[in-house]
Write a protein that binds this ligand. Structure first.
Ligand SMILES: *[C@@H]1O[C@H](CO)[C@@H](O)[C@H](O)[C@H]1NC(C)=O
Ligand SMILES: *[C@@H]1O[C@H](CO)[C@@H](O)[C@H](O)[C@H]1NC(C)=O
Ligand SMILES: *[C@@H]1O[C@H](CO)[C@@H](O)[C@H](O)[C@H]1NC(C)=O
Length: 976
C-alpha cells in the first residue's frame, strides 16, 4: 500500500455525520472498504439465535436505517456456523454470548483483547474467511449487549440517521451506496459508566403530549399516567442512539412499574438500566406507589415494618432486570424527613435495604447489586456531619437545581469502590461537567431533562461527553455544535458555523437571566443603552436564524424550527415583552403619553408569545401538540404559575393633559422627565434640580439623546438649540402629537473643539395651539479627558472602567498553571480560569504566590474625590465544591498594596445554599457574583492583579468605578 492511497482513505472516511467519534463510513468506493449497499444489492445482516434479544431488536433498527438511507432493506437472519453464502454479509454479535461471533473469532484467531471484557466497548472491521462457508464479511462485535448495540447505532449515525430522527424530525439524506472502512471503528470504555436522563416536572408539557399521542385519552388505571410502553419505546431507542444506558423515569404522578406492567421488562429488553430518582428508594415511585399501596405513614421510625415489606416487594419486582437501587430515604413529596429523623436512623435504613437486596437476590455479596446514595440537600448535611454508607455504594453528588455543583469528590474520596457520580439539571455547562470528570465523579451521571424537548443539543452534548470526554475541551466546543448542525440540517460548514454563533448567543443571552426569571428592570432602562442593545441583539439573532430557516428545504425546516428557530423566537419575544413592560412603567412615572404605546407593545408581545407556542403545537400536523404547554411568565416562586398572565402595565389618560404642559423632556441616563417633580431626584424637595447630563472622551458613543415626548392630547412643535458650537442637535426641530408621541434628539460632541470641561445649554422650546409656550433647558457637560501619550491599557470613560477578563496586560503562569480563556463562556465575552484545574495536584496557593493576571488602567476620578476606587470582579457562581474547608477564593491586588483574599461564596450549613444564592435577583439569577474590594488609587496609571488561590474560579469581567447594573451587557471593554 502506498502513501497516496492512505491519504485517499482518510479523506473518504472523514464525514460530518459523526460528531467527534471515529468515522468508518463512506458513500464512495475506496480500495480499503467493504460495500454494504452497492448497485441495488445490499448485504445481509447475520446474527445468531443465542444473541441478546436487545441486540436482535437493535439489528432490526439498523436494517431499517440502511433502508431509510438507500431504499434497500437488508435481510436480517439468524445463522449458524455452517452457513454458506457467496455474497458478503455483515456479522453482528456479542462476545461470549453469540456462538456465531465466538466461532468467527476462534476461526480467524482475531485479536479481540482491545474490547473483550471491557464494559460497552465495541469494534468493527472487515475480515476474510470468517467461517468456512463465507469468503468475506464485515464484523460488528460488542464486548457486551450494549457494546454491540452502540456499534450498530454508531454506524447508523454515520450513514446519516440522526439519533433525533423521530424526536426532532431530522430528515435522512439519501445515498445510493454505503461502504464501511476495512479497519473499522472501535470504542473502549466510556468515560462515565452509567449515563442517564431523568424526566422531571413533566406536567404539563410532556405529560399532556404523551397523553394525546400514546394513549386513547386516558392514562393508566391506577395512576392516570400516559407513560406506557409505547412512550418508553421511543425514549429507550433515543437513549441508546445517544449512547446512554440508564433512566430515572417520570415520577410526578407516575410510577414506572405500575403505569404499564410492560415497562420494566421493556427497558431490560432494550438494554436500559433502570433506577428511581434521588428521593425514591428501592425501585419504587414515591409518593405515588406509597399512596396506592402503602399502609400508615412514610416514616421509618414509626412504620418500619410496612415500609420494609414495601421495599421487599419493589426489589422482587425489579429482580429479573438490570437496575441501580437508590438507597436511603427522603420525606414525602421530595421534602426532608422530619427533624427527629437522625443519622442513626438513616444508617439503619441503608442497612435494612442492603439486607433486603441480599435476601431477594440470594447474594452473599451485596456489593454485586449496584446501589447509589444521592447526596441531595439535607443528605449532604448528614454526610458532612459524618454519616457514611458502605464503600461500594456510589455517592451521587448533586447540583443546586441550576447546574452548579454543590460539591464534588475531594482527592481523599477518590478511592471509594462505589465511586461517585453527579445528578445534574439541564443548565449544566462544560465547565461543571469537566470538573466532574477531573474529580473522578464518573460512575453515574444523571441529567434532569425536564420535558426532554427542547434540550436536544444539550442532552446530546451531555451523553457525548459522558461517552468520551477526552474528545472535548474548552477550545473545541464550537466544533461540537458545528458538526451537530451539519449532521442535523445537512448544511455546508459555513452555514454550520453561522448556526454555531447563533446557538452560542442564544445560550449566552438566556443565561444572563433565565427567561422565566426576567422582569421589567432586569436590563438597565437608563444606563449604557443596555435594554436597547438587548433588543437590537435579539432582532439581529432572529434575522440571522430566520434567513437560514428560509433557505432550508421544507423537509429540514421542522427540525430547525424545533431546535433553533423556536427557542430564539420564544426567548426574544419574552425578553422584548419584559423590556417594554419596564419602559411602560418608567414612562408612566415620567408622565409620557408613549406609556400607552408601550402598554400596547406588551400586550402584542404577550399574545405573540402564545402564537409562537401554537406554531410549535401545529407543526407536522400536531406531532408535538402540548410540548410547549409550560407556563413561563411571572414565574416568581418555586412552583409554576397556574396560567401565563401578562405583567402589569400602566396607561395614561389620552384625553387629559399632564399637569406641567404638553411637552415632556427626558434626557438619557436620568430616568426622569422635565418639567415637574419626579421620584428620582426631588421626591421630597420643592425645588427640583435642572437637567444635567455629561459625556467624556472615552465614552463608547460620543452622543447623548434627549427624548421629547407628548404629555397628553395636545400636539406641539418644538425646536432644539444650544449655545455651544461643539454640540450638534439632530433633529433640531420636530412635531409631537398623540399619533407620534416621541421624537429622539441626538446631541453629538465634536471633541476637537472642546478644551477641558465645558458646559452647553440646550433649550427645548415648544408651541402648542391654545397652550402656554414652554422652554425647558438641559445642560450637557463635555469633559475632555486625556490619558498620557503612550499609555497602554484601559482608560476610564463614562464613569468607570470595564474590562473583559481575557484582555490581560500580563499573564504569569506558576507550576504550569495559567489563567486560561474559556471561549464563549459568560455573559458578554468569555471567562478565564486557572488551567489545568487539577494542576498543583488540586492544591491551592496563598494570594501572591500563584498564577496571576494583570490589567493596566488609567483613572481620572475617585469615589467623591477621596482618592479611593472600588473594584468589582464579576465571577461565575460556583459553589464551594472542594468542601467547607476550602472555600472557593482568589486574591486581588492594586499596585503594590497588600493583596486581599476573597472567599466570595458565603459559607452555609452543609446541604443548604447561602441566602444570596437563590432568589429572583440572586447570584444564580444574575449568573455572576460581584466581588467588590476598595483600594487607594489617585487619578493616574495603575495595575490591578488577580491571583489564583483556589482552583475553579471563573472570572468574567472587572469593573472599576460605577457599577450600574449587574446584568450589564453593552458594558464591554472601554479604553485603549
Ligand atoms: C433470531 O432468534 C431469536 C431467538 O429465537 C428470535 O427472537 C428472533 O426473532 C430471530 N430473528 C430472526 C430475524 O428470525
Ligand atoms: C475453536 O477452534 C478449535 C479448532 O481450531 C476447536 O477445537 C474449538 O472447539 C473451537 N472453540 C470454540 C468455542 O468454537
Ligand atoms: C388504543 O386503542 C386501540 C384500538 O382499540 C388499541 O389497538 C391500542 O392498543 C390502544 N392504545 C392504548 C395505549 O391503549
Amino acid at each position: 500500500m502506498d502513501g497516496l492511497k492512505f491519504i485517499a482513505l482518510f479523506c473518504f472516511f472523514f464525514l460530518v455525520n459523526a460528531i467527534g467519534q471515529e468515522t468508518c463510513v463512506s458513500f464512495h468506493d475506496s480500495p480499503f472498504s467493504f460495500s454494504v449497499v452497492i448497485g441495488g444489492s445490499v448485504s445481509a445482516l447475520f446474527l445468531s439465535e443465542d444473541e441478546w434479544p436487545g441486540v436482535q431488536r437493535a439489528a432490526a433498527d439498523f436494517a431499517s436505517d440502511i433502508e431509510k438511507v438507500t431504499g434497500r432493506s437488508p435481510k436480517v437472519s439468524n445463522v449458524t456456523t455452517s452457513v454458506k453464502t457467496s455474497v458478503h454479509p455483515v456479522i453482528i454479535g456479542t462476545l461470549g454470548k453469540s456462538s456465531l461471533v465466538d466461532a468467527v473469532v476462534n476461526h480467524t484467531r482475531m485479536d479481540v483483547s482491545s474490547v473483550s471484557g471491557k464494559w460497552e466497548s465495541f469494534m468493527t472491521r472487515m475480515v476474510n474467511n470468517p467461517l468456512p462457508g463465507i469468503s468475506k464479511a464485515y464484523l460488528i462485535i460488542g464486548a457486551d449487549k450494549r457494546g454491540t448495540i452502540y456499534a450498530m447505532y454508531d454506524l447508523s449515525e454515520q450513514i446519516g440517521v440522526s439519533p433525533w430522527y423521530w424526536w426532532a424530525d431530522v430528515p435522512t439524506t439519501k445515498q445510493a451506496e454505503i461502504y464501511f472502512s476495512a479497519t473499522g471503528c472501535s470504542h473502549g470504555l466510556p468515560t462515565v459508566k452509567y449515563r442517564a436522563i431523568f424526566f422531571n416536572d413533566e406536567q404539563p408539557a410532556l405529560q399532556n403530549w404523551a397523553m394525546e399521542k400514546f394513549t386513547n385519552g386516558t392514562g393508566a388505571a391506577l395512576t392516570d399516567s400516559p407513560f406506557n410502553h409505547f412512550f418508553y419505546s421511543k425514549v429507550f431507542e433515543l437513549i441508546l442512539r445517544l449512547k446512554g444506558n440508564f433512566l430515572w423515569p417520570a415520577i410526578w404522578s407516575s410510577a414506572f412499574a405500575v403505569d404499564d406492567p410492560q415497562n420494566q421488562a421493556l427497558a431490560d429488553w432494550f438494554g436500559i438500566v433502570m433506577g428511581t430518582s434521588h428521593e425514591e428508594p428501592m425501585m419504587r415511585s414515591i409518593p405515588v406507589e406509597w399512596d396506592l399501596f402503602g399502609i400508615g405513614p412514610w416514616n421509618y421510625s414509626t412504620n418500619s415494618e410496612f415500609i420494609y415489606n414495601f421495599w421487599v416487594n419493589g426489589t422482587e419486582r425489579a429482580k429479573p432486570y438490570e437496575n441501580i437501587f437508590t438507597m436511603g430515604m427522603r420525606g414525602d413529596g421530595d421534602l426532608p424527613l422530619s427533624e427527629t429523623t437522625n443519622v442513626d436512623l438513616l444508617e439503619k435504613i441503608v442497612s435494612d435495604q442492603r439486607q433486603i437486596l441480599m435476601s431477594v437476590f440470594n447474594e452473599s455479596d451485596v456489593t454485586n447489586v449496584p446501589q447509589v446514595w444521592a447526596l441531595y440537600k439535607e443528605v449532604i448535611g448528614y454526610y458532612e456531619d459524618g454519616m457514611r454508607v458502605p464503600d461500594d455504594i456510589t455517592l451521587l453528588w448533586s447540583d443546586d437545581n441550576w447546574g452548579n455543583m454543590d460539591r464534588l469528590p475531594i482527592p481523599d474520596e477518590f478511592d471509594r469502590r462505589g465511586g461517585a457520580g453527579v445528578y445534574y439539571h439541564y443548565d449544566y455547562t462544560f465547565d461543571q461537567l469537566s470538573q466532574a470528570v477531573e474529580r473522578q465523579a464518573t460512575r453515574i451521571w444523571v441529567v434532569n431533562v425536564g420535558d426532554l424537548k427542547p434540550y436536544e443539543l444539550n442532552i446530546e452534548f451531555f451523553f457525548s461527553y459522558a461517552w468520551n470526554s477526552s474528545l472535548w475541551s474548552y477550545n473545541n466546543l464550537d466544533s461540537f455544535v458545528s458538526s451537530w448542525a451539519q449532521r442535523e440540517f445537512d448544511v455546508p460548514i459555513s452555514t454550520a458555523n453561522e448556526i454555531t454563533t447563533i446557538i452560542t448567543n442564544l445560550t449566552r443571552w438566556n443565561n444572563r437571566r433565565k427567561p422565566e426569571l426576567l422582569n421589567g428592570t432586569t436590563f438597565s432602562l437608563t444606563d449604557y443603552r443596555e435594554a436597547e442593545s438587548v433588543i437590537t441583539a435579539w432582532d439581529t439573532l432572529l434575522n440571522a436564524s430566520t434567513k437560514i430557516y428560509n433557505d432550508l428545504s421544507p423537509e429540514f425546516q421542522p427540525a430547525f424550527f424545533e431546535m433553533i428557530q423556536h427557542p430564539i423566537l420564544a426567548s426574544s419575544t419574552l425578553s422584548k415583552m419584559w423590556i417594554a413592560q419596564g419602559l411602560n412603567n418608567l414612562h408612566a412615572a415620567q408622565a409620557r403619553l408613549s406609556t400607552n404605546n408601550l402598554a400596547d407593545e406588551v400586550e402584542r408581545l404577550f399574545e405573540r408569545d402564545y402564537d409562537i407556542e401554537l406554531e410549535y403545537h401545529h407543526l407536522l400536523n400536531g406531532k408535538w401538540d402540548h410540548m410547549m404547554d409550560q407556563t413561563h411568565v411571572q414565574y416568581f416562586y418555586r412552583r409554576q404559575p397556574m396560567a401565563d398572565t401578562m405583567p402589569p402595565v400602566s396607561r395614561m389618560r389620552t384625553r387629559k393633559q399632564a399637569i406641567p404642559g404638553p411637552m415632556r423632556v427626558s434626557p438619557e441616563g436620568t430616568g426622569q422627565a422635565w418639567p415637574g417633580p419626579n421620584l428620582v431626584s426631588c421626591s421630597m424637595s420643592d425645588t427640583c434640580p435642572v437637567a444635567v447630563i455629561s459625556l467624556d472622551t472615552y465614552a463608547p458613543l460620543n452622543s447623548r439623546y434627549i427624548d421629547i415626548g407628548a404629555g397628553g392630547p395636545f400636539p406641539f412643535a418644538f425646536t432644539a438649540s444650544s449655545n455651544a458650537s461643539w454640540l450638534t442637535l439632530i433633529p433640531s426641530e420636530g412635531y409631537v402629537s398623540p399619533s407620534n408621541t416621541e421624537v429622539r434628539v441626538q446631541a453629538t460632541v465634536d471633541w476637537d473643539q472642546v478644551v477641558g470641561s465645558e458646559i452647553a445649554q440646550i433649550n427645548f422650546n415648544a408651541t402648542s395651539e391654545g397652550q402656554m409656550p414652554m422652554s425647558i433647558p438641559v445642560f450637557l457637560v463635555a469633559n475632555r479627558t486625556v490619558a498620557p501619550e503612550g499609555f497602554k491599557g484601559f482608560v476610564e470613560g463614562d464613569g468607570g472602567i470595564s474590562i473583559e477578563a481575557p484582555h490581560t496586560s500580563r499573564n504569569t503562569s506558576v507550576a504550569n498553571i495559567t489563567w486560561t480563556e474559556l471561549p464563549g463562556y459568560g455573559k458578554t465575552l468569555s471567562g478565564i480560569t486557572p488551567w489545568p484545574r487539577s494542576g498543583n495536584n488540586f492544591g491551592n496557593f496563598t494570594a501572591g504566590s500563584g498564577p496571576s493576571v494583570e490589567y493596566d488602567f488609567y483613572n481620572f476620578n475617585t469615589v467623591n474625590g477621596t482618592g479611593n476606587v472600588s473594584v468589582t470582579v464579576l465571577v461565575s457562581p460556583t459553589l464551594n465544591s472542594m468542601g467547607p474547608d476550602r472555600p472557593i477564593s482568589f486574591g486581588v491586588q492594586m499596585d503594590d498594596q497588600d493583596h486581599q483574599t476573597k472567599a466570595f461564596i458565603p459559607l452555609s450549613a452543609p446541604g443548604t445554599l447561602p441566602g444570596e444564592w437563590d432568589g429572583t435577583d440572586g447570584f444564580v439569577a444574575n449568573a455572576v457574583v460581584p466581588v467588590t474590594t476598595a483600594w487607594s488609587a489617585l487619578p493616574g496609571a495603575h495595575t490591578l492583579r488577580l491571583w489564583m488561590v483556589e482552583p475553579a474560579v471563573v472570572v468574567q469581567k472587572i469593573v472599576i468605578g460605577k457599577l450600574p447594573s449587574l446584568t450589564k451587557t453593552s458594558f464591554t471593554d472601554r479604553g485603549s
